[in-house]
Design a protein around this ligand. Structure first.
Ligand SMILES: [Zn+2]
Length: 324
């Protein structure tokens, strides 16, 4: 079709026309809102690099969860900051760990809100790595058992979905079989499948107090330059039993979100990460961008790329804006 027979502007003339032919509809149903739970009571501390996001004690997380639910957001993603960190990240898989207690409290007080839990060791280890460390190396296979144990304690506490973010090889299979053996065959796994070693995670490390004490995470997170490897990672996780696959970060990986969705047709999540959030916030604070329009455009773009689920710190604001 050619001009002048085809004039694309005909269908852009007014908002009703644009609404009618719009291909991507962003909805509150797409969102997961991350929360950071910390010990104490009545404790609430803003994460300085992520305005409007807080570390909160369990009592306040419960209140926050209610607010999230009232905004129509279907799920939260819980990260825990433990009282004490150690070499083995023991609180990650303790029955009375911070996340396990938070799940129980939320499940008791808030109905009809999905609780997704981050399954990893980095928030709980003294060295800040996602696996067990020996002689400066992050060991894969002995970490799997601990991750499987962690996921099981989350399920036992009432988690609806477990989300391993560690990027150890074989962890989805280890978690799946441990859940199945213990009667949790119906708990889905949302796997961080193509998770890149990204500089965009900077502000999150303040939020989760999970900065590695030596080296970096490039020996287990993916090289940001690779897309064929991303496909292999996703294929591996699906084969091991992942129900939802994830690409992280989102904005610099829109191509990966697209290709993963096209290739596998699986429910695909994208993590609109802390650094992506903070850049928007910083520019908006300076009056350089229209925050509302930019956020909705970014989230729509992530969905258009192929994401069914968007984990985003903008979720509460976006839910309000979409509701207006
Ligand atoms: Zn980790």
């Amino acid at each position: 079709m050619q001009f002048p027979a085809y004039r694309p502007r005909r269908l852009r003339k007014n908002e009703n026309l644009r609404r009618m032919v719009r291909e991507t509809d962003l909805s509150v149903d797409d969102f997961i809102y991350p929360l950071f739970v910390t010990p104490g009571e009545g404790f609430k501390k803003e994460i300085s690099s992520m305005p409007g996001n807080y570390q909160m004690s369990i009592d306040l997380i419960v209140e926050e969860a209610k607010e999230v639910k009232d905004l129509g957001i279907p799920a939260i993603l819980l990260f825990g900051i433990p009282e004490v960190k150690d070499e083995a990240g023991s609180e990650a898989y303790a029955e009375d760990g911070i996340v396990q207690r938070a799940i129980r409290a939320i499940k008791k007080e808030v109905s009809n809100l999905l609780v997704v839990t981050d399954v990893c060791l980095c928030e709980y280890t003294s060295h800040g790595h996602c696996g067990i460390v020996r002689n400066g190396e992050i060991l894969n296979d002995i970490t799997l058992e601990l991750l499987a144990k962690e996921a099981l304690t989350h399920a036992e506490a009432g988690a609806d979905i477990v989300a391993p973010s560690d990027m150890m090889d074989g962890r989805v299979a280890a978690i799946r079989s441990n859940l199945d053996e213990n009667g949790f065959q119906d708990i889905p796994i949302m796997a961080y499948s193509a998770k890149q070693a990204s500089a965009f995670y900077g502000p999150f490390r303040e939020a989760a107090e999970s900065t590695p004490q030596f080296g970096d995470r490039r020996s287990y997170q993916m090289d940001a330059a690779n897309s064929l490897e991303a496909i292999r990672e996703v294929a591996l996780d699906i084969e091991e039993g992942a129900d939802i696959v994830m690409v992280k970060p989102a904005l610099s990986c829109l191509d990966l979100i697209h290709v993963v969705k096209q290739e596998f047709g699986y429910p695909t999540a994208a993590y609109n990460v802390s650094g992506e959030f903070s850049m928007v916030k910083a520019a908006a604070e300076r009056g350089w961008i229209d925050e509302r329009r930019v956020v909705l455009e970014i989230l729509t773009g992530i969905k258009r790329a192929g994401a069914d689920i968007i984990i985003t710190y903008h979720a509460k604001d976006a839910a309000r804006w979409l509701g207006e």
